[in-house]
Design a binder for this molecule. Structure first.
Ligand SMILES: [Zn+2]
Length: 455
C-alpha cells in the first residue's frame, strides 16, 4: 500500500509538494513556494510529515512554485537526498538564489524563518543529484521494509528546459507524476515525451488550464501571427511594447518567437530588451541545445541582438527608441521589473502591454489584463486608482497543456486512477467530470492539502 499526502499545491498553483510513503521510504515530489504569499504562509506544510519517514525529494522542474522551498526543507530535514534532471539542477542555481531574495524581502520576524545565505544555496545546489532523462535510479529509504526496490526515472514534460514527469515503479505498481506538462510544441520546447509511460496505476495530473475554454483560444502559430500584427501596429504608432514574462521559460520562448518573426521579415526590426535572471537562464538553454529535445537546436539565444533593460536609466528612452521589453515577473508582482515599468507604461497613450502567460487571480497582471484603455484600476488591493492610458491585449502562449490535451495524456497513459492536483476547484471539476464520462474504468480523486489517499 502506498500513502499519498499533499503538503501544498493540491488545489492551487503554488507551493507544490506531494508526499509518498512507499513501504517505509518517504519521497517528496517537488518542494515549491507560493508566489503570492509570504513568509511561512508561502511554504508547504512540512508539519504534516513530522512523524513520517522522509528520505528523498524529487524535483520536477525549476519554477519557484516547484523548487523554491527546498532550502527550508533541508533546514528541517537535513538528511533528505535530492534528485532532479541535470538541466533543472543547472537552472536551480539561478532560481533558488532569487527565491531566497524574495522570501527575505517579504518575511516578517514572527515567522521565525531562517534566511539562507547565497553560500548555503551554492552548497545546496551542489548536493542535488542531476539525472539524465530516461535513466533509471534505485531508491531505498532508511526505514524501507518492502521486499522490492523503488525505481525512479525522469521523462521530458515539454514545459520548460529540464522539466520532467516523474515515474516511480514499486513491485507491480507504477505511479506517474506529471509535474507541469505540455503536450503541444512551443517555439523552443517540443511537446512532452510519454513514450516510456505505459500501464500506469496512478497518474498524478496537473490541471492548470482545466477551466479555460480552449475553443476561445488560438494555436501557438495563430497567436504568433496575431502578436506580430499587434506589435507592428504599436511600433508604427511610435509606442513601446511591454511583455511581462517569467524569467524561466517564457522569456526564452518569446525571445525565440520574436527573433524568428523578424528573421522571416514579418515583424518590424526593433530593439528587444531583456535582463536579469532571464538572461542567465537563456545561457543555460543555449548550453543544453544539443542534448535536450527542442524545435531548432541551431538557435543560440545569446546571438539574438538584445539590449539590457538595466542599462536604461531614464524611462523616456522607451519613447525616443520604441522597442519590445521582455521583463519579469510574468504576473507583474509588486517589486519586480515588469511591475516597475508598468507604472510608466500606464501613462503613455501609444504604449502597449501584452499578456502572454498564466496569471494568477488578483495579481497586478491579472487585474491589468481584465481592464481596457480608459479604465481606472488598482494594481493591488491597497494601491491607489490609476488610469490605464496604454493599450492592453491578452495573448495565449501556454507552457501547460490545454484541457483537451490533458485528456489526451490520460488516454495515452491509461491509468487505473487519476489524482487531480495543481489547479483551482473548477479546473479539477471539469477534468474530473470529463475523465469519468469518457473512461469508465478510471477512478478519480481530487487531492486536498493534508488529506491522505491510499493506493
Ligand atoms: Zn512550471
Amino acid at each position: 500500500m502506498i500513502q499519498f499526502i499533499p503538503l501544498g499545491g493540491a488545489y492551487e498553483i503554488g507551493a507544490s509538494c506531494f508526499y509518498l510513503n512507499i513501504a517505509g521510504t518517504g519521497i517528496l515530489f517537488d518542494c515549491g513556494i507560493h508566489p503570492r504569499k509570504s513568509g511561512l504562509e508561502a511554504l508547504p506544510n512540512f508539519d504534516l510529515i513530522k512523524e513520517l519517514p522522509l528520505d528523498f525529494a524529487i524535483i520536477s522542474h525549476a519554477h519557484q512554485d516547484h523548487i523554491g522551498a527546498l532550502p527550508f526543507l533541508i533546514q528541517r530535514f537535513p538528511h533528505t537526498i535530492i534528485y532532479s534532471t541535470c538541466q533543472t539542477k543547472e537552472i536551480a542555481d539561478a532560481t533558488l538564489h532569487n527565491a531566497v531574495n524574495i522570501l527575505s524581502q517579504n518575511s516578517n520576524s514572527e515567522d521565525n524563518l531562517k534566511i539562507y545565505t547565497h553560500d548555503e544555496i551554492d552548497l545546496l545546489v551542489r548536493s542535488i543529484h542531476g539525472i539524465n532523462y530516461g535513466n533509471v535510479i534505485k531508491l531505498t529509504g532508511i526505514r524501507h521494509s518492502g521486499s522490492h526496490e523503488i525505481k525512479l526515472s525522469f521523462h521530458d514534460a515539454g514545459h520548460i528546459l529540464g522539466a520532467a514527469g516523474i515515474l516511480v515503479e514499486y513491485a507491480d505498481k507504477k505511479i506517474f507524476y506529471t509535474g507541469d506538462i505540455n503536450l503541444s510544441d512551443q517555439s523552443i520546447m517540443i511537446g512532452c515525451d510519454l513514450s516510456g509511460i505505459k500501464n500506469i496505476d496512478t497518474l498524478i495530473l496537473e490541471t492548470t488550464y482545466g477551466s479555460t475554454d480552449s475553443g476561445k483560444l488560438g494555436t501557438w502559430n495563430s497567436e504568433t501571427e496575431r502578436l506580430t500584427k499587434f506589435i507592428n501596429k504599436a511600433l508604427h504608432n511610435g509606442g513601446s511594447i511591454l511583455i511581462p514574462v517569467f524569467a524561466l521559460g517564457k522569456t526564452q520562448e518569446l525571445l525565440a518567437l520574436l527573433f524568428e518573426q523578424m528573421r522571416k521579415g514579418k515583424l518590424t526590426e526593433t530593439n528587444i530588451y531583456t535582463g536579469g535572471v532571464g538572461r542567465d537562464i537563456s545561457h543555460i538553454y543555449d548550453r543544453n541545445r544539443y542534448i535536450t529535445r527542442r524545435g531548432d537546436s541551431g538557435l543560440l539565444l545569446k546571438e539574438i541582438p538584445q539590449q539590457n533593460i538595466f542599462d536604461v536609466e531614464d524611462l523616456n528612452h522607451f519613447k525616443k527608441n520604441p522597442g519590445i521589453v521582455l521583463a519579469s515577473s510574468g504576473m507583474m508582482l509588486p517589486g519586480t521589473t515588469s511591475f516597475k515599468l508598468l507604472g510608466y507604461w500606464l501613462q503613455q497613450k501609444n504604449f502597449s502591454v501584452c499578456g502572454v502567460g498564466y496569471m494568477d487571480n488578483e495579481t497586478p497582471g491579472y487585474r491589468l489584463m481584465n481592464s481596457k484603455t480608459g479604465d481606472e484600476i488598482r494594481l493591488t488591493e491597497f494601491s491607489e486608482l490609476k488610469k490605464v492610458n496604454c493599450k492592453v491585449e491578452r495573448f495565449f502562449f501556454p507552457s501547460h497543456s490545454k484541457r483537451e490535451d490533458l485528456l489526451k495524456i490520460v488516454a495515452k497513459v491509461n491509468p487505473g486512477r487519476v489524482v487531480l492536483i495543481h489547479g483551482e476547484e473548477k479546473s479539477k471539476n471539469w477534468i474530473g467530470e470529463q475523465i469519468l464520462s469518457k473512461f469508465n474504468h478510471i477512478k478519480v480523486n481530487s487531492a486536498g492539502n493534508g488529506i491522505s489517499i491510499q493506493f
